[in-house]
Ligand binder design. Structure first.
Ligand SMILES: [Mg+2]
Length: 258
């Protein structure tokens, strides 16, 4: 990964702003800082205003692990596309809902273990097309993670379990991931290129499967190795990324957006 704010990365951002491009972003840890309680996460007004201006010229998408209705209430602007549950929930296509019952086996186990998980400080979030078990608030995160792993062991091949930042996620094995969602959106939007910015393990499929001419950016340099081409140091540098795009927009479009 290269630092985005070097000559090469800035040139790539400028070229993207002038192209017919899809601008896609993860939510938590990318557009909104990660907070102790997931319910407190919001896009700040300065970030929302930048995104709104970009959305006047280019299609903007948010692809999150959250439910679509949950994201909508937190972004403070109108994106063209909202995709939830790591790619599995796409209201414009009606995709996702039929996959929910695949997770009923997991729900059964969770019902039996709810009290024990709550006692460990694990937050259970059922998003219909996916289930998240958050352990950020656990007093002993290692003990919480081990309990989650025991609970999710041997679930069979019709569900997929993957980690993230202080979270374990369960999705139906046949559900679209973020890469499926991005490739589908790019085709639907009729774009020639795309930007994708994300910070976590569920963003890696996009980084890995993005066509070589797409611009992929991971928020954060530390952590597991990433297939993203570029990185920014933290969520605090995301507004700067948006400013580069706005500054490079063709003059007419930029004036119209201001
Ligand atoms: Mg994230």
């Amino acid at each position: 990964m290269k630092y985005l704010f070097g000559a090469e990365g800035e040139a790539a951002l400028a070229a993207l702003a002038r192209a017919r491009a899809l601008l896609a972003f993860d939510f938590d840890g990318t557009l909104a800082p990660i907070v102790a309680l997931p319910d407190n996460a919001r896009v700040s007004l300065p970030v929302a205003q930048r995104l709104q201006r970009l959305a006047q010229r280019l299609p903007v998408a948010i692809i999150s692990g959250r439910r679509v209705e949950d994201i909508r209430a937190r972004v403070q602007f109108e994106p063209h596309y909202l995709i939830g549950s790591h790619g599995a929930e796409d209201p414009q296509r009606g995709v996702g809902a039929e996959l929910g019952p695949t997770l009923d086996g997991v729900r059964g186990r969770l019902t039996q273990a709810t009290a024990a998980l709550h006692a460990l400080g694990v937050l259970i979030e059922d998003k219909r097309e996916s289930i998240a078990l958050h352990y950020r608030l656990a007093r002993d995160r290692q003990a919480a993670l081990e309990a989650i792993e025991r609970l999710l062991a041997d679930l069979g091949s019709d569900v997929r379990v993957f980690g993230g930042k202080m979270v374990a996620n369960v999705v139906p094995a046949g559900a679209a991931d973020k890469a499926d969602a991005m490739l589908d959106l790019a085709a639907r939007a009729g774009v020639e290129t795309a930007l994708f910015v994300g910070d976590d393990l569920n963003d890696e499929p996009v980084f890995e499967r993005a066509p070589p001419h797409w611009l992929t950016v991971r928020v954060g340099r530390e952590g597991p190795p990433s297939h993203a081409r570029y990185f920014v140091c933290s969520v605090k540098e995301v507004p700067l990324l948006l400013d580069h795009l706005l500054a490079a927009m063709p003059a007419g479009a930029r004036d119209a957006a201001e």
